[in-house]
Write a protein that binds this ligand. Structure first.
Ligand code: NDP
Ligand code: GDR
Length: 371
């Protein structure tokens, strides 16, 4: 039985990857952070009581800022594969906490690699680094592929640039099987609530059900290449199953604006949006509605508005990936298209909004943050 260690197992990708590896018969170990509230919601459905007979999913308290703890867990688990998905992953927040982001996302990767080497596991443990399309930043070529020059535009992207190169350096210096997956944005119903796609599907579902009035967004012209997280974790695994380590771009090859995402999600809920104004005065107004999914709004209601507080000091305006190498060498193609992904996210958040509405109607107070 192969053993895998996943940092960031409580995150979106970590939860899908853990499911995927368990289904492949792996023994899966995950690093989770201590928090004052439970932070395992995304993996509760696969949690196993360690006292159960023959458990194959284990959680270890740890943090990418703590070398001794990473070394101890690696020594104890002796994983065949390490997936480094843990990160302070929010681009906008990285401008608020740049030093912490560098420590976790940049130096954290070094800590893991160095612990593997220090323990003498560099020839037996394969390493996956969660690299990102944010490395391309101010894009130098379209579409972006493995050879496109990088131009990071945030403390997050700069920290990930360090992680990208230190992964390659350990591969070249010590012969480690270590590789970078340069993944473009990928989403799902498990996406963190403050990333733009989930923020939109969650807020529009709440608005449609009459639980909230308006969604405030930043740059609606930003263009992204959005795939489904479930498809992308399979590629993370595939990258570690090759005869030698290489880096791969993973993307759908299609891009849409944030505004278009709003339109598709609204339509899914039965609302057509009429855009009025531009820049910070831009408004999305309900032009037409149908069906019971949106009986909490009325025609003429402004449901989307721009709040400049969501603009970033330096923005990544456009990203579009070319995953030809992954298609040809890994035989990988994404299964879920853009529209089905939005549908799945909206259905999930509409269901949650209905449950909240029911609770509210029975006198329960519910807190909904639309940040
Ligand atoms: P999430 O934000 O959903 O998950 C991040 C995970 O990292 C969480 O489990 C989080 O723990 C954990 N984490 C945060 N800080 C630390 C720390 N100091 N020590 C240990 N663990 C920590 O991200 P995603 O699942 O979306 O992304 C996974 C990885 O892929 C990240 O590295 C991200 O930067 C990268 N990436 C993501 C893309 C995407 O579109 N989703 C695209 C390209 C790259 P907790 O739950 O306690 O907060
Ligand atoms: P991104 O994702 O920065 O691409 O990083 P995010 O969803 O945060 O932003 C995408 C684009 O939407 C614009 N935007 C807003 N973004 C947020 N979060 N909130 C808003 O209100 C809003 N309004 C407009 C942003 O300006 C941006 O242009 C994600 C993360 O998962 C990273 O960890 C990962 O590396 C990259 O994707 C690839």
């Amino acid at each position: 039985m192969k053993k895998a260690l996943i940092t960031g197992v409580t995150g979106q990708d970590g939860s899908y990857l853990a499911e995927f590896l368990l289904a492949k018969g792996y023994e899966v170990h995950g690093l989770k952070r201590r928090a004052s509230l439970f932070n395992t919601e995304r993996i509760d459905h696969i949690y196993q009581d360690p006292h159960a007979p023959e458990p194959n999913f284990f959680l270890h308290y740890g943090d990418l800022t703590d070398t001794s703890n990473l070394t101890r867990i690696l020594k104890q688990v002796q994983p065949d594969e390490v997936y480094n998905l843990g990160a302070m992953s929010h681009v906008a927040v990285s401008f608020e906490s740049p030093e912490y982001t560098a420590d976790v996302d940049g130096v954290g990767t070094l800590r893991l690699l160095e612990a593997i080497r220090f323990l003498g596991m560099e020839k037996t443990t394969r390493f996956y680094q969660a690299s990102t399309s944010e490395l391309f930043g101010l894009v130098q070529e379209t579409p972006q592929r493995e050879t496109t020059p990088f131009y990071p535009r945030s403390p997050y992207a700069v920290a990930k640039l360090y992680a990208y190169w230190i992964t390659i350096n350990y591969r070249e210096a010590y012969g480690m099987y270590a590789c970078n997956g340069i993944l473009f944005n990928h989403e799902s119903p498990r996406r963190g609530e403050t990333f733009v796609t989930r923020k939109i599907t969650r807020a529009l579902a709440n608005i449609a059900q009459g639980l909230e009035r308006q969604l405030f967004l930043g740059n609606m012209d930003a263009l992204r290449d959005w795939g489904h997280a479930r498809d992308y974790v399979e590629m993370q695994w595939l990258m570690l199953q090759q005869s030698h380590a290489e880096d791969f771009v993973i993307a759908t090859g299609r891009q849409y604006s944030v505004r278009h995402f709003v339109e598709v999600a609204a339509r899914e809920l039965g609302m057509e949006i009429d855009w009025q104004g531009s820049g910070v005065n831009e408004r999305g107004i309900v032009a037409f509605m149908r069906g019971e999914n949106c009986d909490g709004v009325r025609v003429g209601q402004t449901i989307v508005a721009v709040d400049p507080k969501y603009f970033r000091p330096t923005e990544v305006e456009t990203l579009l990936g070319d995953a030809t190498k992954a298609r040809e060498r890994l035989g990988w193609t994404p299964q879920t298209g853009f529209e089905s992904m939005v549908q799945e996210m909206v259905a999930h958040d509409l269901d949650a909004a209905r449950r909240h509405k029911l609770l509210k109607s029975h006198g329960y107070r519910i807190a909904i943050s639309l940040e």
